[in-house]
Structure formats: C-alpha cells, structure tokens
Design a protein around this ligand. Structure first.
Ligand SMILES: [Zn+2]
Length: 177
C-alpha cells in the first residue's frame, strides 16, 4: 500500500501552473506565485449493511483491485452533488440490481484506498438497509459475487478493506446484543 502523502502528487499549482506550490500544513498546499490555497479533504464513500429475514448479512466479493477476491460490503464513492443515501441507492442498483429500503445511518470509518499509485483518503459512511420481498440480486459492476452470512459465521479476516472490517465487526457486536 502506498504510504506517501497524497499531496506529494500535486507538484504544480492547479490554478496558475507555478512550481512554487508548497506544503502549508498537514493537509494543504499554497502557491507562492498566485496565493492559491489547496485543501485536501477525504472522499465520501458509502457502504450498506443489508440483512435478510433470517438476519444474515449480505457480503460481496471484490472483482477488482485493491483487495480483489476479498469479501466486502456493497457500496462506493459518492458523486458530486449527490446525497449519501442517493449514492448508496445508486451503488446497490449498479452492483446488485436491487432497490434497498429502510436506510438508517450506522457508523463511519476513515480509510486509505490505494488507487492508480496514489493513496485516496476516504471517509466511509455505513448504513443498515433491507431489500423488498422477492428481490432478485444480480452481481455486476465491481462485484464478482455475493453471499448471505449469519453474524456468528462471518470470518472478519476474509474482509480485505480495514474500514469495512471494522464496521462489520461493530455490526456483529450490536447484532449479538
Ligand atoms: Zn498559483
């Protein structure tokens, strides 16, 4: 996993092109030519904890890197001008061809997501949700397949992304209460 600070990739001022684009604190750079200040913020991402009538959790298998082949939750990045809830509904439609309902905020976790040789710092928001009766799921997009697993049968070591693993661990703890 790349550990270099993501601002290292920004060598030139995106406003005027000057190479006098220098660190200005842990998450910003400032241009010595035009004064432009660039702030790095986490990318908003969403994931769903979907359960069925037996209380089993829906886990997906990642079709692509990073962590290809490991277990995951369905979800993805929010787009510009989109709410978290709309991002979640869109991602579940793209990945599983399903329309989720009963969406409730559960928890959040920061994550570092290696992408294209850079580290993308994300802020993942997790929501519980359910599916309408007789939903027919179909794995698509960046999901290879899916499986329903009871809370006491989930092997956290098979979940590749650390933020997903932490959220599922919390969900298991709350489910056991
Ligand atoms: Zn500049």
């Amino acid at each position: 996993m790349p550990t270099e600070h993501p601002l290292k990739a920004f060598a030139f001022c995106p406003h005027c092109g000057s190479p006098l684009f220098k660190d200005d604190g842990p998450r910003s750079k400032k241009c010595g030519n035009c004064g432009f200040n660039f702030y790095l913020n986490p990318a908003a991402a969403v994931a769903a904890l979907i359960t069925n009538h037996k209380g089993e959790l829906l886990l997906t298998r990642r079709a692509f890197e990073p962590q290809k082949g490991t277990l995951d939750l369905p979800g993805g990045f929010a787009e510009l001008d989109e709410t978290l809830e709309d991002a979640l509904k869109r991602e579940i439609k793209e990945e599983l061809n399903a329309d989720i309902e009963n969406i409730h905020y559960f928890t959040s976790q920061p994550n570092r997501y290696p992408f294209g040789g850079l580290t993308v710092h994300t802020l993942d928001s997790f929501f519980t949700a359910s599916l309408p009766n007789n939903s027919q799921l179909c794995a698509d997009d960046d999901v290879d397949s899916f499986v329903w697993v009871a809370a006491n049968n989930i092997d956290l070591q098979k979940i590749g992304l650390p933020s997903i693993r932490k959220a599922v661990a919390l969900w298991i703890t709350k489910t056991a209460l």
